[in-house]
Design a protein around this ligand. Structure first.
Ligand code: SAH
Ligand code: SF4
Ligand code: F3S
Length: 439
C-alpha cells in the first residue's frame, strides 16, 4: 500500500469530505497516515472563509514543494474551497502541484488518481457537481462516536461577506433514501451520534420534488430508525427555522435539543448590509420561541466584528445581543474581505485592522462572560451525555463527554466508556466546560 497524508482545514463539511476522500483513495491502494514524512501523496483540503485560512493552505504547499525537490516521486494535491476558486493562482504559485480538484469533483477521484500516477498534472474543477450515490463509495471516518452525514451542499444565500456560495455552488440536497441508507450503515457500524451537515441545513429538500421532503420530516424518518444513537444538525439559518422543525425536534427523542443559529451581527442595518434575511428583532423572537419550548436547550451563534462601515454603536448592539440572548457559545471572527463577494468591494468602508481586532477582543471577552453565565445555569441539573474520549489524571479516569445540548462535560468514572450514554449531575461550571458526577 502507498500512503496518503491529508491535512484538513476549515469546517465540518471539509472534515466530512476528507473522510470520503480517504475512503475512495483506500480503494486505489492508498492507506491514510498521520505521518506527513512517510506519505507518497500529500493532500491539503483547504478553506477560504477568511484570508488567514487561505494563507495556511499556500504556506503548506510551500513546505511540501521544498520536500518534493528532495523526493521528486511524492505527489502533491490540493482540494476544497481554495482549490475551487483559485486554480490559476495555484498553478502560478505552486507549479509543482500534481492534482487540483474542486469541491464538486471528489467523486471523480478514482480517475484522477490513475492519471497522476501516470505522471500527468491534473486540474479537475467544474461548476457542475458530479451526481452519484455517495453510498457507492467507501468512507473512512475519523471519529468512533460521531459520524457526519452531509445532507445538503452549497448555499443560495449570498451573504455579502461570504465566499461559500462561490466555493460550494448552489444548494443541492441529497435524496432522503440515500441519507437514510447512510444512517443505517452508521448505526450498524456502532456509531452513537449522527450529525447532519449543511451550510444551511434548514434549506434541505427545497430543491427536491420527488419525494417532497423537509429537514423536519427527515429528522422524523431518522428518529424512527432502531438503535441507541442521537441526532444533531448544523448549521441553521435564523429565518429558515420553521415551527414544524421546532416541533420535530420536540417530538423526536433521539434529536438533540441544540441549535446553532449564527446571528452574525446584533444590528439590523448591518444585517441588511450583510444580506441576512432577518432583523435583530426577528432573531430575538426565534431564540425566545426555542427557549420557551425546551428547558435545557443550548443556542450557539457566530458573529463577525468590523463588517465594512460598522459603527461603534452598531458593534455595541452585537455585544448587547450576546448578553441579552444569553447565548451559550459563539464563534467569533474579524471581518476578512473575500474575492467575488459584494462586501469585499466596499473598500472605502473597510475598517482598519486595529479597529477590527480591538472589537474582536471585546467580542471574545463578552463571549467568555456569557458562556460562563450559561454554564453556571446548569449547576445542579442532570444532563444526558455521550462519552467521546477519556484521559488518565492522577490515577483517575476522567471521561470527556458532550451533553445533548452540546455542552462539554467532564466526569470521573470507571463504569462508563467511550461511546456510552450517561446521566451526569453538574456540580461545577467553568467558561468552556462543565464538571459533574454520574448518577
Ligand atoms: N452557513 C453558515 C456559516 C458558514 S461560514 C451561516 O449562514 O451562518 C462560518 C462562519 O464564518 C460564518 O458564520 C461567519 O461568522 C464567518 N465568516 C464567513 N465569512 C467571513 C468573512 N468574510 N470574514 C469573517 N468571518 C466570516
Ligand atoms: Fe455563507 Fe451566508 Fe451561505 Fe452561511 S448562509 S454559507 S454565511 S452565504
Ligand atoms: Fe471554509 Fe469552505 Fe467550509 S470556505 S468554512 S471549508 S465551506
Amino acid at each position: 500500500m502507498k500512503k496518503v497524508y491529508i491535512e484538513t482545514l476549515g469546517c465540518q463539511m471539509n472534515k466530512s469530505d476528507s473522510e470520503r476522500i480517504s475512503g475512495i483513495l483506500s480503494q486505489f491502494g492508498y492507506d491514510e497516515t498521520t505521518e506527513e514524512k512517510e506519505a507518497d501523496l500529500l493532500i491539503v483540503n483547504t478553506c477560504s472563509i477568511r484570508q488567514l485560512s487561505a494563507d495556511k493552505a499556500y504556506s503548506l504547499l510551500g513546505v511540501w514543494g521544498k520536500r518534493k525537490k528532495d523526493k521528486p516521486d511524492i505527489k502533491i494535491g490540493i482540494c476544497g474551497c481554495v482549490a475551487q476558486q483559485d486554480k490559476e493562482k495555484i498553478r502560478k504559485r505552486a507549479p509543482y502541484v500534481d492534482l487540483i480538484f474542486g469541491t464538486h469533483n471528489i467523486y471523480e477521484l478514482p480517475e484522477l488518481i490513475k492519471k497522476i500516477e501516470n505522471g500527468e498534472k491534473i486540474c479537475a474543477i467544474t461548476n457542475k457537481p458530479v451526481i452519484c450515490n455517495q453510498n457507492d463509495f467507501k468512507i473512512i471516518r475519523k471519529d468512533s462516536v460521531n459520524a457526519w452525514i452531509p445532507i445538503i451542499e452549497g448555499c443560495n444565500n449570498f451573504c455579502t461577506y461570504c465566499v461559500v456560495p462561490f466555493t460550494r455552488g448552489r444548494e443541492r440536497s441529497r435524496q432522503p433514501e440515500e441519507i437514510i441508507q447512510e444512517a443505517k450503515n452508521i448505526i450498524n457500524e456502532g456509531f452513537r451520534e449522527i450529525t447532519l451537515l449543511g451550510q444551511n441545513v434548514d434549506s434541505y429538500g427545497k430543491d427536491l420534488n420527488n419525494p417532497k421532503i423537509t429537514l423536519a420530516n427527515l429528522l422524523r424518518d431518522l428518529n424512527k430508525l432502531e438503535g441507541n444513537f442521537r441526532i444533531r444538525f448544523v448549521t441553521s439559518y435564523p429565518s429558515d427555522i420553521t415551527d414544524d422543525l421546532i416541533n420535530a425536534v420536540e417530538e423526536c427523542d433521539k434529536v438533540c435539543k441544540y441549535f446553532h443559529i449564527p446571528m452574525q451581527s446584533g444590528n439590523s442595518r448591518i444585517l441588511k448590509e450583510m444580506n441576512r434575511h432577518y432583523t435583530k428583532q426577528q432573531y430575538y423572537e426565534t431564540v425566545e420561541k426555542i427557549r420557551k419550548r425546551f428547558s435545557n436547550v443550548a443556542i450557539t451563534s457566530d458573529f463577525i466584528a468590523g463588517f465594512p462601515g460598522e459603527t461603534e454603536e452598531e458593534f455595541q448592539d452585537t455585544l448587547n445581543a450576546m448578553e441579552e440572548l444569553e447565548l451559550d457559545y459563539s464563534n467569533t471572527a474579524a471581518y476578512s474581505p473575500r474575492a467575488f463577494t459584494k462586501a469585499g468591494k466596499m473598500t472605502d468602508l473597510f475598517l482598519s485592522d486595529e479597529i477590527k481586532y480591538e472589537r474582536l477582543n471585546r467580542l471574545n471577552e463578552k463571549n467568555k462572560e456569557v458562556c460562563l453565565k450559561s454554564n453556571t445555569k446548569f449547576i445542579g441539573k442532570v444532563l444526558k451525555v455521550l462519552v467521546e474520549s477519556k484521559t488518565l489524571k492522577d490515577g483517575k479516569t476522567i471521561l470527556n463527554s458532550r451533553a445533548d445540548n452540546n455542552k462539554i462535560v467532564h466526569f470521573e468514572s470507571n463504569k462508563y466508556d467511550i461511546g456510552d450514554f450517561a446521566e451526569v449531575k453538574i456540580n461545577l461550571a467553568q467558561t468552556w466546560c462543565l464538571f459533574g458526577v454520574a448518577i
